[in-house]
Design a protein around this ligand. Sequence first.
Ligand code: SAM
Length: 248
Amino acid sequence: MGRSSQTATSTKSVRTPRLYVADCHHTQGEVVVSERNHHYLARVLRAQVGQSLVVFNGQGLTAEATISAISKKQTQITITGGQHTPDVRLPITLGLAWIKADRFDWALQKATELGVSAIQPMITAFSDSPPKGERLQKKEAHWAEILINACEQSGNNWIPELRPLCSIDQIETAIPTHVAHPGSTETATLLTGHQQLLIGPEGGFSEAEIESLRTRQVKPISLGPTILRAETAAIVGLTLLGSRLGHY
Ligand code: SAM
């Protein structure tokens, strides 16, 4: 899931590249872009001085910019106008069980397109064995890149918070939490405030996990009469709760 899939969009022109620039904190000024962005602009786009860009910092700031200097080693941009945009993310944290890597990646990308606020990868009784140590660090960097690419492509100026992998027992349930569980008789009703949605792995949640979640006031909800793959369930669940929150 590389940057080649990025769609360059802006209100200005469909051809204007849209880039995540973490260091962009002001509505104007000069910024030397990251190695990642330099590579994309210099090697992939073969951009020249004067090229227009749209940049965003993942925390709501979006700005127009122009390449002011480009060399083999670095690219400098001049930010010519910027604005802070409101946080329009879905007020939902997605707790997603660790599933096969390509499916997990897909769910992260789509959840970001939908504007999820936070993503909590989790280990459950029936989830695959997670990567550990350096492999986990690489995986988390890969996930962060997916979120950035999805924000670049979808016009989302707010990158979701990516939380460290944790066990289902460590999931914070102080906010209203729903666990998607096939066969539940409840569906989500009208909602207000920040919500959390838990999606299980291909083998589902164990009965002990569901019981333990119930004792923590977590409500099992149905996503319909058919069994959805975990990644489909994540997207359907976010859309359903988003609708109950009046977000759409
Ligand atoms: N045999 C498993 C079970 O009965 O739980 C199926 C697991 S399903 C492939 C993976 C996850 O997607 C589930 O743990 C649940 O979180 C969610 N899911 C899939 N279909 C669902 C449905 N119809 N209602 C609620 N959750 C669903």
